[in-house]
Design a protein around this ligand. Structure first.
Ligand code: LMR
Length: 394
């Protein structure tokens, strides 16, 4: 039956972890996947999650938590006092984390805008390409990053938005852009939102890293809120994988702001209908954990504090790595390590550098030179700085 099935290509991100796991060198470092790690390089179970787990233990897990997960997620993204939270024109469903939310939206897009494409930034999270490809939605791209100046290519971005046909769908990273670690400024977001209005484009926000850009969950939602206050109808994928450290639980939310309640009811019913045939509903345990944390003032305050702690640690590691590279006398300008934000450093390393780092130094990262700064610790930063210095010295 399956003689003709070839081996699938390795995932560019998860494949790095597989290779890392197989390496027995004691100095190995995994800077591949964007998952938070502590000072010991270990995955973290947040205190708020431990406490929430103790509270939900023994609760009747009936699936009723879904409602609260969606309401609380929407508040977190759109704002506690957003009119939309009171109104009934948001169609929201629980989703299998960010990937699941994006895939659900892509399926929905193909069904109900069958002629449309999705505009993806260059570069973007590699899985965006795969998700929309598998949902059979044609892809187009828009420029985002200027590798020369290692900054946002705002003029090119605006040009590509302007030159796209009216009523195009765009995927936007509202904060902590993956992989570049570079976000538009507030003023630039306002200009982007205005241009979207003029062109009648639809913004779909993939918010996988809320909290990781500034350490403040509210500030990180500002791009989305600018669009909302400009009256856009939007889509939003949310994930709790990174900011609650729940990668094993797959908790997320897909929401679509509709024109009115009637539309929202129809859209929600279609999202549920699509999900029903794929996986029915996401498992309830993770959804209960997140709902508990978002619903409970003390747990929420603890969570906000812990998010800040994760972000501060990453930021310290950025500074330390930068200082060490300067001390080594590296001829490369590494300022972008500290200028970029979020979990990643888009280092500018070429594939040949990545190869050498892996082969000679057992340091793992994606081929585009993206370093997950969460994998850097006080114990390995010297070794890393030295390796970066060695592979880039002319
Ligand atoms: C990443 O970019 O490393 C994360 O979003 C994790 C993933 O699933 O790819």
């Amino acid at each position: 039956w399956w003689q003709n099935v070839p081996i699938a290509p390795k995932d560019p991100i998860l494949g790095v972890t597989e290779t890392f796991m197989a390496d027995t060198n004691p100095n190995k470092i995994n800077l591949g996947v964007g998952s938070y790690r502590d000072e010991e390089g270990k995955p973290v179970v947040l205190q708020c999650v431990r406490k929430a787990a103790a509270l939900i233990d023994g609760e009747f897990q009936s699936g009723e938590s879904d409602l609260s997960l969606v309401v609380e997620s929407v508040k977190l993204a759109y704002g506690e006092n957003s009119d939309l939270v009171q109104e009934t024109r948001v169609a929201g469903v629980p989703a299998l984390s960010g990937t699941g939310a994006c895939r659900l939206f892509a399926e929905f897009q193909r069904r109900f805008q069958p002629e449309s494409s999705i505009y993806l930034p260059i570069p973007t999270w590699s899985n965006h390409h795969t998700i929309w490809r598998d949902a059979l939605v044609p892809q187009r791209t828009y420029r985002y990053y200027d590798s020369e100046s290692k900054s946002l290519h705002f003029a090119a971005l605006m040009n590509d938005i302007k030159n796209a046909p009216e009523r195009s769908l765009f995927l936007l990273h509202p904060c902590a852009h993956n992989p570049t670690g570079i976000d538009p400024s507030e003023e630039q977001w306002r200009e982007i939102s205005h241009l979207f209005k003029v062109k009648k484009h639809f913004p779909f926000f993939d918010m996988a890293y809320q909290g990781f850009a500034t350490g403040d969950l509210q500030k990180d939602a500002k791009a989305l809120r600018i669009f909302l206050s400009d009256g856009h109808l939007i889509g939003c994928a949310q994930s709790f994988t990174k900011n609650m450290g729940l990668s094993g639980q797959r908790v997320g939310c897909l929401s679509i702001v509709c024109a009115d309640e009637r539309q929202a009811i129809a859209v929600k019913s279609q999202l549920q209908h699509i999900a029903r045939a794929m996986y029915s509903k996401p498992p309830v345990h993770g959804a209960l954990l997140v709902s508990k944390i978002l619903n409970d003032q003390d747990l929420k305050a603890l969570w906000v504090h812990e998010v800040k702690g994760m972000v501060d640690r990453i930021s310290r590691m950025r500074t330390t790595l930068h200082v060490k590279l300067e001390k080594l006398g590296s001829s490369v300008d590494w300022k972008h390590i500290v200028k970029q934000i979020g979990m990643f450093c888009y280092s500018g390393l070429k594939p040949e550098h990545v190869d050498r780092l892996t082969r000679e130094f057992h340091i793992y990262m994606t081929y585009d030179g993206r370093l997950s700064m969460a994998g850097v610790t006080t114990a390995n930063v010297d070794y890393l700085a030295n390796a970066l210095y060695e592979v880039t010295k002319s």
